[in-house]
Design a protein around this ligand. Structure first.
Ligand code: BGC
Length: 257
């Protein structure tokens, strides 16, 4: 696929997904969720500091080609985002806490952006184009990666900034036990990891009684190794948009602004 100019094309927006290990971006058809360019990926700079991350976002925009000043640009980030400020920083530099992040990106890019939490973007995309498409009722999306991201979607409406990865279970912030990075850190096999996930999802069900749970994050492509090990009355399914969900959701949010 060609990277290139997106000016004058209806239903197109740029989506950029900032993660603890990589920063990805693409041009998205916001009517269908389809990527309309190559997906550009650059490693997240060591330390995850604001200036360095913003510089990578600028590089990604350049690689995507020139963007008309009216084209929507959405950026999602692994932290609580309220009115353009990042209020937390679980797996990035602590400098992001209370930081005017949206302003920094807009200054560096010379372009307005829409700035949202990464799991909110992914969950929103799954509810529109992926595993939760056409689902009424309460959908919980969880992303199992460096941390645990979460999104609450009720009848297609997102409740922003749910931080359910940080539920305290057995006295600990449970993303430190049940994220995919915890599986790797503790050398857990699928069964051992599933025991922790069982505890985590039992707690989510007890508190929210969702109609559907969607499990995303890179590891969701290996869902056959761990989802069948879980015993839940609630339907639990793998995300279908894989690594593109954040990009698609960020672009979609931007297109609605
Ligand atoms: C952060 C969330 C984020 C999630 C996934 C958590 O540690 O607190 O804001 O959505 O990681 O990146």
């Amino acid at each position: 696929m060609q990277c290139g100019r997106i000016g004058n094309m209806a239903h197109k927006a740029v989506g950029i997904d900032i993660g603890g290990t990589g920063i990805k971006g693409a041009i998205v058809d916001t009517a269908t969720g389809e990527l309309k360019s190559d997906r550009i990926k650059i490693a997240t700079p060591e330390g995850g500091e604001p200036e360095a991350i913003a510089d990578v976002v600028v590089q990604i925009m350049h690689k995507l080609g020139s963007v008309d000043s009216k084209e929507p640009v959405g950026v999602c980030f692994p932290a609580v985002v309220v009115k353009g400020r990042t209020l937390s920083a679980a797996n990035v530099s602590k400098k992001w806490i209370g930081f005017e992040a949206e302003k920094l990106f807009e200054k560096k890019l010379g372009h307005d952006i829409t700035f949202v939490n990464d799991a909110d973007a992914a969950g929103y995309a799954e509810s529109l184009f992926g595993a939760a498409k056409n689902n009424k009722g309460l959908v919980l999306m969880t992303t199992l990666g460096t941390g645990i991201g979460s999104a609450i979607i009720f009848n297609g409406v997102l409740v922003p900034n749910a931080e359910l990865g940080h539920l305290e279970i057995d006295g600990v912030d449970y993303e430190t036990k049940a994220s995919y990075s915890a599986k790797e850190r503790d050398n857990l096999d699928w069964n051992q990891w599933a025991e922790r996930l069982q505890k985590y999802f039992d707690e989510l069900v007890k508190l929210f009684h969702p109609d559907l749970i969607v499990v995303g994050g890179g590891v969701s492509k290996q869902y056959e190794d761990f989802l069948p090990l879980l015993k839940l009355d609630t339907k639990i399914v793998p995300a279908t948009l894989r690594n593109n969900a954040g990009i698609m959701g960020a672009a979609k949010f931007a297109s609605k602004k």
